[in-house]
Write a new protein. Structure first.
Length: 367
């Protein structure tokens, strides 16, 4: 009989799932329109466009340079930035490369290179620095700083800068999330802007593995309760054991089907069923092994002398051709077999298995 603790635990889970469903029906959900339109890891289509639309003082948010000033403070961490002269996305360099963002003041010329999933290009950071340095020398001779923005603040690859310059590492995980949250504080009473920041914050949390969803989480409930956590662990272990038994039972059923066919034909075979794997070797002019896996049969053809030694290459060429004529799924895999194929259980009936075995039995080896 099941321990009363487990009965109570299952009842708690049932109530939890019911409450979770009610929360979703009341409008507490994980829907994000921005995420529907763009993939969360898209650098240009998602992050470049969203960030630029917010730090652009002339953006449709109509907040002037409010979000940009917070960006300078929270992300760039500069206190003496000075008067802002320009903010640009995709600024072209003298080699027709593009810097994701540039922000220029009378004191600084900032280049920001963003990498969500893409790889660094050769000399990318070095080139951006040299290009902005040349432009700054023709302007107000501003200090040039290159920022490297990634999910978690990792280093840029060596081939992008060759240790020739210093750059600053910034992250979505810390800097961008802090910026978003501080921007939200400023526009908490402007519904559409607050919601826009909330949507983007969820996306940033997803790419940095911090997103937990708005709907109550079973994982969090288990973490809060030591007893429930231990019970869940025991259930998980018992489930894995039960699953393995079910799989083995199913595999035995599949191999017994093959044994039944082979016995009807009074063929010589070795049954490996009592051991750790579910297979039989059938001996005719050639030998073939049929192994029952979780989802398919694996069929291998080799010499009658047994599996384990490399087969003759000339002989293999001839036999493999005949195997492919029997079934086009046969292919050359490695040196110990003439050919092998897999058959999904869902794609074959007993009669087809019977027919295939017959063809393998009567396969003649003529070189």
């Amino acid at each position: 009989m099941l321990d009363e603790r487990f009965i109570n635990f299952f009842e708690k889970i049932k109530l939890f799932k019911e409450e979770q469903k009610k929360q979703k029906q009341r409008g507490l959900n994980d829907y994000n329109m921005v995420n529907v339109v763009r993939k969360e890891n898209a650098e240009v289509g998602m992050h470049s466009n969203v960030i630029y639309s917010l730090i652009d003082p002339n953006g449709l948010h109509y907040q002037d340079d409010l979000f940009l000033r917070i960006f300078i403070k929270n992300v760039l961490e500069i206190n003496d930035f000075g008067d802002i002269l320009s903010v640009q996305a995709e600024e072209s360099t003298n080699e027709n490369r593009r810097v994701d963002f540039t922000i220029k003041s009378n004191n600084y010329y900032i280049g920001i290179e963003m990498k969500v999933d893409a790889s660094d290009l050769e000399n990318q950071i070095s080139h951006y620095y040299d290009d902005l340095k040349e432009k700054a020398s023709k302007d107000s001779n501003q200090e040039v700083i290159i920022y490297y923005l990634t999910k978690n603040g990792k280093d840029a690859s060596l081939n992008s800068h060759n240790n020739k310059l210093e750059y600053k590492r910034i992250s979505f995980e810390n800097h961008i999330l802090t910026w978003i949250e501080n921007c939200q504080k400023e526009v908490k009473n402007i519904t559409n802007l607050n919601e826009a920041f909330e949507n983007y914050k969820d996306i940033v949390k997803k790419i940095t593995n911090k997103y937990e969803g708005r709907v109550m989480s079973l994982k969090n409930e288990l973490l809060k309760n030591e007893e429930y956590f231990e019970l869940a662990k025991q259930i998980s272990e018992a489930f894995q054991e039960a699953k393995n038994e079910k799989i083995n039972e199913f595999k035995n059923k599949q191999i017994n089907l093959i044994i039944e066919i082979v016995e009807e034909k009074k063929l010589q075979f070795i049954n490996y069923l009592p051991k750790n794997w579910t297979a039989i070797d059938v001996f005719s002019e050639l030998s073939f092994r049929i192994m029952a896996n979780e989802k398919d049969y694996l069929i291998q053809v080799f010499d009658k002398s047994g599996y384990g030694q490399d087969v003759d290459n000339l002989k293999k060429e001839v036999i493999l051709k005949k195997l492919i004529e029997i079934d086009s799924r046969f292919k050359s895999v490695y040196s110990k077999v003439y050919g092998e194929m897999r058959i999904d259980y869902q794609n074959i009936e007993k009669e087809e298995v019977n027919d295939l075995i017959l063809k393998l039995i009567y396969l003649k080896v003529e070189i």
